[in-house]
Write a protein that binds this ligand. Structure first.
Ligand SMILES: N=c1c2ncn([C@@H]3O[C@H](COP(=O)(O)OP(=O)(O)OP(=O)(O)O)[C@@H](O)[C@H]3O)c2ncn1[C@@H]1O[C@H](COP(=O)(O)O)[C@@H](O)[C@H]1O
Length: 106
């Protein structure tokens, strides 16, 4: 998936704030609040893990899409731009997870 579609989706999600929960799933999620949105992310993460344990790439793809979509809704509700997540990932570029963990204060 091209990075720019995630930007498009982030914008669509943001534009749903204050929309009618009767006609917008994203507006319905926003109306339920942070805890419910976070719970949905947890559920979708679990479903992604379960799909990963099977031998069905299409099922894993669908669950991963559900997970990323709900994570975008959670980030939007919390006021965290996707660009901040990208910047954090870029900041970590080239830093091995093994080295980073070993350098943590014990
Ligand atoms: N990408 C998605 C997307 N992926 C998954 N979903 C919905 O996420 C829901 C997940 O299903 P679940 O059974 O897990 O959840 P649920 O039916 O709400 O069940 P409960 O939480 O009530 O138990 C389904 O309703 C899916 O249709 C999505 N809904 C919307 N989008 C995007 O968001 C845009 C705006 O959507 P609206 O706000 O609905 O206009 C859409 O145009 C899409 O681009």
């Amino acid at each position: 998936m091209a990075e720019d579609f995630l930007d498009t989706l982030e914008a669509v999600i943001g534009a749903r704030k204050g929309a009618d929960p009767a006609t917008s799933y994203v507006a319905r999620l926003f109306s339920k609040g942070r805890a419910k949105i976070a719970q949905k992310v947890g559920e979708e993460a679990t479903e992604t893990v379960i799909a990963a344990m099977g031998d069905d790439p299409a099922a894993l793809t669908a669950e991963a899409a559900d997970l990323i979509f709900h994570l975008l809704v959670l980030l939007s509700d919390a006021g965290v731009p996707l660009d901040d997540v990208r910047a954090e990932l870029r900041r970590r570029e080239g830093i091995s997870g093994i080295d980073e963990k070993a350098a943590r204060p014990s």
